[in-house]
Ligand binder design. Sequence first.
Ligand SMILES: *[C@@H]1O[C@H](CO)[C@@H](O)[C@H](O)[C@H]1NC(C)=O
Ligand SMILES: *[C@@H]1O[C@H](CO)[C@@H](O)[C@H](O)[C@H]1NC(C)=O
Ligand SMILES: *[C@@H]1O[C@H](CO)[C@@H](O)[C@H](O)[C@H]1NC(C)=O
Ligand SMILES: *[C@@H]1O[C@H](CO)[C@@H](O)[C@H](O)[C@H]1NC(C)=O
Ligand SMILES: *[C@@H]1O[C@H](CO)[C@@H](O)[C@H](O)[C@H]1NC(C)=O
Ligand SMILES: *[C@@H]1O[C@H](CO)[C@@H](O)[C@H](O)[C@H]1NC(C)=O
Ligand SMILES: *[C@@H]1O[C@H](CO)[C@@H](O)[C@H](O)[C@H]1NC(C)=O
Length: 400
Amino acid sequence: MTRTLMVIVVITSLLVIYVMEFKVYHGSNEGRKSNSGPTSFISEQIPTKANGIQQNTSKDNLVANTNISKDQVPGIKCSKRFNIAFLKTHKSGSTTVSNILYRFAIRNRLNLALPNKRGKPNHWVLGDLTNFTDASILRLPTGEHYNILAVESIYRRDVFRRIVPSNPYFLTIVREPVDRFISYVFFNKKNNVEGMPYVIKNSFLKDKVFKMAAKGMSLDFGMKYNGSKLLLDPRRFVQNITTDFDLILVAEYFDESLLLLKRQLCWELKDIIYISKNVNAQKRNYALDAHDVERVRNLTQVDNMLYSKSKTKLLKQIWKLGIEFLDEVFHFKGVLKLVKNYCVHGMKHFSNTTIPESEWNQRFSVTEGDCRYLLMDEPTLVGNLQERTWLRYTKFRDGF
Ligand SMILES: *[C@@H]1O[C@H](CO)[C@@H](O)[C@H](O)[C@H]1NC(C)=O
Ligand SMILES: *[C@@H]1O[C@H](CO)[C@@H](O)[C@H](O)[C@H]1NC(C)=O
Ligand SMILES: *[C@@H]1O[C@H](CO)[C@@H](O)[C@H](O)[C@H]1NC(C)=O
Ligand SMILES: *[C@@H]1O[C@H](CO)[C@@H](O)[C@H](O)[C@H]1NC(C)=O
Ligand SMILES: *[C@@H]1O[C@H](CO)[C@@H](O)[C@H](O)[C@H]1NC(C)=O
Ligand SMILES: *[C@@H]1O[C@H](CO)[C@@H](O)[C@H](O)[C@H]1NC(C)=O
Ligand SMILES: *[C@@H]1O[C@H](CO)[C@@H](O)[C@H](O)[C@H]1NC(C)=O
């Protein structure tokens, strides 16, 4: 490698020229339509470069653009995508992805499909879509459409298309099945796991939570079971999933995955910043030996197929980007540290922080407002968004 390693320049509390911009538009079948009416929805600054860029959702265009490695700059043909159907799988880093999508929707004033469960238990979960009707999600003012689905649900391609009607980008995330199994077990058993720290005892298979854990992500993707018997052909099932989704993020390569997402959606670096969410603190004291790992792996067959296929696909895409991509990942991790430092510590002292321009991004600011949403837990954020969506609906239900 001839290139020298990138040095992250830490700049805090510098005076910046800060452009506040308010953008008002909502999704429609034509992509986006201008609408100067509703102003009660969240207003935030959005990066100036997003302005005036036409949406081009053609598949060819996506492919043509996979090599663009910088934020959108004048002259580069690249159009930001706004319509996204995200399958939020359990225990796989998906809450962090949802947070990214909620914030993207807020900044760009897009319509989120939210469960019609204001103030009810599990109000942030859409869940099973077998009996989905229009009344399952919060309504929008007449003539508007949903742009983004990011709440938890069980995958059904037809329903996803119905919710996000305008050529959605299908996105999901998978996690290494053994890790995910353990994470699921600890989350659901609230740390009461027999035989700590070696949790995999002979009796474990009889436990309901372990049985569910073994079915794993395949349940989120819509695999059908009778007891532990598969009712769909697993190969066809996995084949369908990997062709349905435009991108399957891999939790073990989270930052790499997000940078690929940024390229494919023609987003900016600011659009993919995050602070990790929903990390399982109870999982600290566990151990598996090689035999335990094999036992668990033997149980999670469908997940293994799904995972290895998704991972191979992702790594191939990364490989095509070449060794320079490592520099970009390194830079991104540095940016994430700056964001976290500011949101956790700096926010008490400065009203914003500036992320400097680089080979891969334009300069941008992170404000207290950004941090509020970056740090907000999902139930609170979805609850907030539900109230706002409801208010907009009641105020503008007739379309003006
Ligand atoms: C960002 O911080 C600078 C310096 O503290 C300040 O002058 C500027 O008004 C801030 N911008 C916003 C949007 O808060
Ligand atoms: C979208 O991009 C594709 C491929 O680059 C191009 O053929 C098509 O004309 C574009 N459509 C619009 C509306 O710009
Ligand atoms: C991506 O960029 C690299 C380096 O600029 C180039 O060698 C490669 O051919 C490009 N790939 C595609 C698919 O355009
Ligand atoms: C869907 O509706 C049918 C008929 O009312 C009911 O039997 C079934 O349990 C429902 N499925 C789910 C997942 O709620
Ligand atoms: C599930 O399995 C049981 C026992 O093998 C069988 O009796 C039942 O008909 C099966 N149900 C379905 C929906 O396939
Ligand atoms: C795969 O997709 C095809 C076409 O949509 C469908 O007919 C088939 O039932 C699916 N198979 C599985 C196992 O999901
Ligand atoms: C895992 O499955 C393989 C093949 O079915 C079997 O040979 C092996 O003994 C199993 N391992 C464990 C630890 O159960």
